[in-house]
Design a protein around this ligand. Structure first.
Ligand code: AMP
Length: 145
């Protein structure tokens, strides 16, 4: 049913369950899988790539390197080709939705809550994506923050 699934990861505690669910969904639908992580908690890196950060560019920004490594590791685990792993600087809900449109994604997978925690249950990124997405959105219920 779905041809291109986009998994939005923030690498918070419950990411594993979201990843598991997404892998099952991609398998059942025989869908292409893309990954995105939005850099919303580190200053805009000084690169020549604009807001989309190249995953194989060597930078001296330690935080950026950590985020790249996590995304590349997850991409390798899920067999997602390098050109479908996205590291973008900006606001999560806006960048996730813009990427979904650009890449003609037909399902976005997010967690019900992540780093922003249970206090904002369904109030932050998941809710924002749901309201602005150009396609279906599946929010995987995560147990606790
Ligand atoms: P939160 O808004 O922090 O409660 O997060 C809810 C869900 O939105 C997470 O489980 C992720 O799927 C997604 N999300 C939040 N922040 C990011 C981010 N910086 N990059 C990618 N996805 C994110």
């Amino acid at each position: 049913m779905y041809k291109h699934i986009l998994l939005a990861v923030d690498f918070s505690k419950n990411t594993d369950f979201l990843v598991e669910r997404t892998a099952e969904m991609a398998l059942q639908n025989n869908a292409t899988l893309s990954l995105v992580h939005i850099l919303d908690n580190i200053p805009m890196p000084d690169t020549s790539y604009g807001t989309i950060i190249s995953l194989d560019d060597e930078t001296d920004n330690a935080l950026l390197e950590q985020e790249k490594a996590k995304l590349n590791q997850l991409g390798a685990t899920l067999n997602v080709p390098e050109n479908q792993r996205w590291l973008i600087w900006g606001s999560p809900k806006e960048e996730i939705c813009a990427l979904a449109k650009q890449e003609k994604v037909d399902l976005i997978m997010v967690g019900s809550h992540g780093r922003h925690g249970l206090a904002l249950l369904f109030g932050s990124t998941a809710n924002g994506v749901l309201h602005h997405a150009p396609c279906d959105v599946l929010a995987v219920r995560l147990k606790s923050a």
